[in-house]
Design a protein around this ligand. Sequence first.
Ligand code: MOS
Length: 696
Amino acid sequence: MSVLGRPLARLEGREKVTGSARYAFESSPPGVLYAWIVQSTIANGTIREIDSGEALGMPGVRFVMTWQNALALNDAGDAELLVLQSRQISYRGQVVALVLAETLEQAREAAAQVSVTYDSEPADVSLSTTHPRLYAPAYTNAMFATDSVVGDVEAALGAAPVTIDATYSTPAAFNNPMEPHATVAEWHGDDLDLLDATQGTNWARETISAVFGLPPESVRIRSQHVGGGFGSKGPTRPNAVLAAMAARLVGRPVKIAYTRQMMFGLSGYRSPTISHIRLAAEADGRLTAVSHEAFGQVSPIQEFVEQTAVPTRHMYAAPNRLTTHRVVALNLPTPSYMRGPGETPGLYALESGMDELAAALGIDPVELRILNEPAIDPESGEAFSSRNLVGCLRRGAERFGWSARDPRPAVRRDGRWLVGTGVAASIYPADVVPSTARITAYPNGRFELAVNATDIGTGARTVVMQIAADSLGVEASCIDVRIGDTALPAAAPAGASWGTASWGWAIMKAGAALLEALQTTPRIPDSGLSVLSDTAEEVAAMTKMARFAFGAQFVEARVDLESGEVTVPRMLGVFAAGRILNPRTARAQFVGGMTMGLSMALHEDAVVDANAADYANRDFASYHIAAHADVPDIDVEWLDEEDGNITPTGGKGVGEIGMVGTAAAVANAVWHATGIRVRDLPIHPDKLIEQLPSPY
Ligand code: MOS
């Protein structure tokens, strides 16, 4: 059996469970100072005055950085990183000062004594589809077109025998990886050294060198172990800029970490979304129109447009289609990447709508989706590199026991519980970005793989080792792996489900070239024989094609008639995600994604307090994320698929596809159990209880 496809355990597993794996904040260079952030207490206005006098007189305090004494920074395209550059405040929680002290406790104590006065203006914090300042952005996140129009949706809706017109909404959602954002910064002359909690140090270096006006080669960033990211550690966050700036000004190393409360604002989050879905179908179930109008928010300082309606462009073969995105700038923190941007909230809406359509037509929801399966990508007209959504739906239905399902809602009772099942489909882009990798052979028979991949807990370190071993035809134990350092060959970030495919391609290319070089090398020098690969040319030359991973989620939900509480005893996900390179780590990705989808459907709910003009719940007591007791035994299977139209590994990314359809499948199961269609996530008991029949 090839080393690819083996369920190898994570290389750093022992270090993680014994605590010897170090996150960025756990490193303390000699002379390090601790930083504590002071955040604005108004949501809109200007700083009148900052009085640091008392703080500076406190024990151990060395410096208080404000807009008046901070370094001037360059705009690198993300205004979130222009920290301490002006008096302007655009949302509550923006950084207004940074206190540097000898200990964490001293910095924290002094931060509370920094006195800031403001000239406050009214704040606007409420998103609606009728907000007067809604506008059409130039493009969405990831540079997708804002709108798309094919055919005549209005005419098709007017002529169709069956239509659905419904609005679905999702609340703001905060990423909250286990490891908060943290940076240790140290200058050596004009060279900057960062340990940073980031999903990609090459991207971080590009940003940091631009912000500070440094040549990239004088910035080194390392991220040996990263405790989760979910998108929030994709782009560089203010913590890295603050640490670097403070270290420069005080001439000592500086370390900084967000508190859990700071994570709710300074690390990005998913915009709340509102999706107006309209579907039209013939009586036989064939879609004639799909319309998805999406609404979201941005902040006054930075535009990040959740691409909510983009996945709808690729899902079903309706001849008439419309998608739009409208946003409004509100005095709230800046949205950013969060667990399957676009696909996750967008497919919740579309796949809920498809379930409503199936019920209106009297057609099984699995069959309705299969009936509307496109032969080519509806948006681009391009061929799919592979599209096995039908296979996922059919296999899932079989494994889940779908054929025995009674389609009628609210007719299954088990004591005080109503029971139902639901299904939804998933899609997520399977893209690659250029990467480089170096493999070195040594005379003792060992090989070193050097690739600037990042392991955010996914098992990346392990799978790149497997790919290298496979490319060389040796055992995995012969490979020493080096990742997470800009001193290594540049590679894709661990984001957008790009990592494994992108790194893998570069590694396979390096491995093949090294084998060739070894043929003509009579004796490997003691310093080793190295080959460096680069996939820039291959990636640029890729044929135009629609490349996506697919999946289908099946869910059983039980609703307590007494309390309205929803529990999910059973979930199944079947995926078509190309060749699975490590079944153990891939399964964990699918299960993790489905857990996040469950959490989104039933629990996570960021609530805006209009008086405070801010999110009110900023800890794990009030912002509930699915915990062990909420999560059932999740069953995962994947189809035997190998997609040679993406990379020679045959694989697609598995990081985000698991989450995408899950929330819709849960909501659809709740409808099937109760007959109540909750169109506003999360499905908390208060949205069900009043409409449920008496349990007695
Ligand atoms: Mo993912 S939200 O693209 O890191």
